[in-house]
Structure formats: structure tokens, C-alpha cells
Unconditional design. Structure first.
Length: 108
């Protein structure tokens, strides 16, 4: 299997990590993902469908965090080099989790 294949295990794990970091489960229509608060289906499809709905600066923050993790850079160092982007992803994560905790009647 080619490393750039959409079904390559490493790529699949990276896509799932990105999907989970962006909390795309909060936008997903699949109940299994929302219940698990994690991507449980096709992460590639999920990213293509829902990542554009995430604020751009938050997407940049997620990318910085994932690259930092890949390169062995601490969260503190990544935050120091991309403070606005990291603040944006932190804010986005907080918003998604708050929405997930909100009673359904409050959303109407």
C-alpha cells in the first residue's frame, strides 16, 4: 500500500487525529461520533465535509499542534510560536464542548 493512499494506516491515523482535534464530531451527523466525542467513521470524509466550517485560524492552530507533536515540540513551544492560532483552536474546542453539553431545549 502506498503511503499517500487514502487507506494507508498512518494517513488514516493522522486524519482521525486532525478530525478529533478539530472536534468535528460536534458537527457530524453521525450519532456514533457525537456519542463518542470522536471520529468513528471515515475521517477523510469528515474533514472534507466539516473542516471548512471551522474558523480558519483554529484550523491553523490545529495544524501547528499536529506538526509540533509530529516534530516532538512541546505544546508550550508551539503556543509561544503561534499564540493567536493556538488561542483560536482552544476557543473552538471550548465552544464545541459547551454546545455538546447544552440541553437540546436551549438550542431551539
Amino acid at each position: 500500500m502506498q503511503p499517500d493512499s487514502a487507506n494507508h494506516p498512518t494517513l488514516t491515523a493522522d486524519l482521525r487525529a486532525a478530525s478529533n482535534l478539530l472536534c468535528l464530531w460536534g458537527l457530524c451527523g453521525k450519532a456514533s461520533c457525537r456519542r463518542a466525542k470522536a471520529c468513528k467513521q471515515n475521517a477523510d470524509d469528515c474533514l472534507a465535509r466539516y473542516a471548512p466550517l471551522v474558523p480558519e485560524e483554529a484550523r491553523f492552530g490545529a495544524a501547528a499542534m499536529l506538526m509540533g507533536k509530529r516534530d516532538g515540540v512541546s505544546y508550550e513551544v508551539v503556543r509561544m510560536h503561534a499564540p493567536g492560532e493556538i488561542a483560536a483552536i482552544e476557543s473552538w474546542i471550548g465552544l464545541v464542548h459547551a454546545a455538546a453539553r447544552a440541553p437540546l431545549s436551549a438550542a431551539r
